[in-house]
Ligand binder design. Sequence first.
Ligand code: THU
Length: 163
Amino acid sequence: MKQQEIKIIYEEYENISELQETDQELLIKAVEISDKAYAPYSDYHVGAAILLGNGKIITGNNQENVAYPSGLCAERVAIYYASSQYPEEEILAIAITANAKNFSIKVPVAPCGACRQVLAEYETRQQNNIRLLLMSQTGKIQIIKSVKDVLPLMFHAEELKKR
Ligand code: THU
């Protein structure tokens, strides 16, 4: 038996003003779009902003449904739109944040497991990292250099691909 260890390194900031300008802009776009979320059931409004290689920023927010599982997270709304409109463009970064009606979100908002899996697919496809910029409602930020850092031991199945 061998014990293995998985370690990730990420950056933490107390305030958005400490970031480079393009990262600040991306996070602000995520905040802005979170206000337009359709989240009448959870009152938890998530915003995601994606920076593409051509400099375009694509945004998305969570879209809920009375049949709960039919809704979709902000990250997937944004990345599916980005990939459908700009399939050739590299995805450089995704900024994620949220605001809740009834409480203050004190820790940076991280993508759910299903969104991590979806983001990882695009990272693998483009063979380049997608940076994650996660921000809380109180302003604290975490920056992670790759989706795979937050999805260790991820599902790989090269053999599923058609030849
Ligand atoms: N949600 C997201 O949009 N992204 C995540 O990564 C986690 C959760 C949404 C789904 C639902 O509309 C609300 O937040 C509460 O779970």
